[in-house]
Design a protein. Structure first.
Length: 273
């Protein structure tokens, strides 16, 4: 007896075929759109860097402005010197942290930002003259209340005075921790100083409740204690000797970071160090 169009077998065949066709379409679209997504991510990164350096203007050609005003360099965090081992246009510190050859494990009191692993090299962005920059933009990240917060900090060429701070990725509570993106809160950072004395690699900058009055203090986020603690902790980490402390110390002391010798680097896994 011939089966009707509503038989279970035919329904399953049609459903399976439809799933296959849809999967192929979605996969093809994902592959085809990947280059565009990567370009948009790169454009967003450059926009955020220009924004934290107070160089962004609505409607501007971001690519042109970035190319004319920003120089990217990769820094070896331990020494604070530049390295040419990596291309700053493609190097990703977040990925490098997960690679045993270019990252290290943190534990206990060393992991105040809650990162578990961190890169040995990082990209910095210099505004103006590469040899005597007006500003230095460094990437920062650390745990907030609900997850990882990622952003940029712009520092004047003296290696100590803050220009601005911005976060481009976070999952903090709207109206509370998400106020890290509030321009009024971000405006407080301008002119604040990171360190309390020359040569000291321990950052003094921190968030405080009840009104910030000192040159190293910024008002905490109202009702968002854990997010505020996360901001303080990530800055305490990234601006210390574990992060960009040695690099910024060179600017504070008036000595420029050096270019590493053009020799082949033998990377070793320092996991557990």
């Amino acid at each position: 007896m011939a089966q009707g169009n509503n038989s279970i077998k035919k329904i399953l065949i049609v459903a399976f075929s439809l799933c296959i066709v849809c999967s192929v379409i979605v996969s093809t679209a994902a592959v085809a759109l990947r280059p565009m997504q990567q370009l948009n991510q790169e454009l967003d990164r450059k926009t955020n860097i220009l924004n934290v350096a107070r160089l962004y203007e609505p409607g501007m050609d971001v690519e042109e402005a970035f190319r004319e005003q920003i120089v990217a360099r990769v820094v070896e965090l331990e020494s604070g010197d530049y390295t040419d081992e990596f291309d700053p246009d493609t190097f990703d510190g977040f990925d490098a942290a997960r690679d045993p050859a270019t990252g290290r494990t943190l534990s206990g009191g060393r992991d105040i930002a809650g990162l578990s692993r961190v890169e040995n090299y990082a990209t910095v962005y210099l505004v103006g003259d590469e040899d005597d920059p007006e500003q230095i933009v460094v990437p920062i990240r650390g745990q907030g209340l609900w997850g990882l917060m990622r952003g940029f900090l712009a520092v004047e060429g003296d290696g100590n005075t803050i220009v601005s701070i911005t976060y481009y990725e976070h999952s903090e509570t709207p109206g509370l921790g998400a106020e890290v993106n509030n321009p009024r809160w971000q405006a407080q950072w301008e002119g604040k100083e990171i360190y309390d004395e020359e040569g000291n690699l321990t950052p003094a900058i921190h968030l405080t409740k009840g009104g910030a009055s000192g040159e190293h203090e910024v008002d905490a986020l109202s009702g968002a204690t854990l997010t505020s603690n996360g901001v303080t902790n990530m800055l305490q980490f990234w601006l210390s000797e574990e992060g960009f402390g040695p690099y910024l110390a060179k600017f504070r002391s008036g000595t420029e970071p050096e270019d590493a010798e053009d020799t082949e680097t033998d990377f070793e896994d320092v996991e557990g160090a």
